[in-house]
Design a binder for this molecule. Structure first.
Ligand SMILES: Nc1ncnc2c1ncn2[C@@H]1O[C@H](COP(=O)(O)OP(=O)(O)O)[C@@H](O)[C@H]1O
Ligand SMILES: [Mg+2]
Length: 257
């Protein structure tokens, strides 16, 4: 199962990606969680302690690796567009609670679409993880889809946009679905998050009536407190909140594996 999780900033992408990865791992699945957001914080949502963050490698910052694999520095600014990346996920992953975390990091010059060696390496790596590896893959992405080329995007089983109760969040889902369509993904699924009452849920269901909503996660202080206190997103949750995340994972497994 390969999932790409996207949506407006702050809607709960990282929380949902981390919960999904951790619960899949608890159920015995091999999981590769990929932080593809330049503002990387999947590690803390997985419950990796702040003191351990410094030991997590960020691929975009691995200058030597990038130089070696892309051959940059050779003849007149030439570099390989398809470097060998098959060992990178295993070598650079941080192992935590059954999840292998790979942090991609930001490409410094001009976004994922730029023609630079970092970008070539990251793009090839995402392509390799999506198209060739067998683990469950959970990609925590920014609102855009810059990390995914056409072929890669088609290899993802589900393109999932997270929405919170707000008009801007709905607009972002629509924009993402359009961009996704342009690169050949027919369907964008939705998870609604941060629901405080029936009006919130109705607002989103009406606003996104043409989308398939996979799950509904309520707003709950315990989720926010886990972020504040550096715990994994699924730790110490009341049973009724935990069961929403379990239901989400069951839905994903039933549909996409
Ligand atoms: N259902 C929820 N209930 C309460 N707080 C939530 C919920 N979902 C996310 N949050 C909180 O909202 C903030 C943003 O969530 P995050 O997952 O980092 O969003 P994103 O990755 O989309 O920017 C975090 O502090 C997180 O703990
Ligand atoms: Mg995030």
């Amino acid at each position: 199962m390969k999932l790409a999780i996207t949506g407006k900033g702050g809607v709960g992408k990282t929380s949902i990606a981390a919960a999904t990865a951790l619960i899949l791992a608890e159920r015995g699945h091999r999981v590769l969680a990929v932080d593809a957001d330049p503002d990387a914080n999947l590690a803390s949502a997985l419950g990796i302690s702040y003191s351990a963050h410094a030991t997590i490698r960020t691929i975009a910052l691995e200058k030597k690796l990038i130089e070696e694999r892309t051959g940059v520095g050779g003849a007149a600014g030439m570099f390989k567009l398809n470097p060998d990346v098959s060992d990178i996920a295993d070598k650079f992953a941080y192992h935590h609670r059954g999840v292998d975390l790979v942090v991609l990091g930001a490409v410094s010059s001009g976004g994922g679409g730029c023609a630079c060696p970092e970008s070539a390496l990251l793009r090839t790596l995402v392509q390799e993880m999506v198209l060739r590896r067998n683990e469950c893959l959970v990609l925590d992405m920014e609102a855009g889809i810059e990390h995914l080329g056409r072929a890669t995007a088609r290899g993802v089983d589900a393109f999932i946009a997270v929405a919170e109760p707000g008009a801007r969040s709905i607009a972002t889902v629509r924009r993402i679905a359009q961009l996704a369509e342009q690169i050949g993904i027919e369907k964008t699924y939705v998870i609604i998050n941060g629901i405080r009452n029936a009006e919130d849920a109705d607002f989103l269901k009406e606003g996104l009536v043409d989308f398939e909503i996979l799950a509904e996660i309520p707003y709950h202080e315990s989720i926010r407190a886990n972020d504040r206190d550096g715990r994994a997103v699924i730790d110490e949750l009341p049973a009724e909140i935990r069961s929403c995340f379990d239901a989400l994972v069951e839905c994903l497994l039933a549909k996409f594996s």
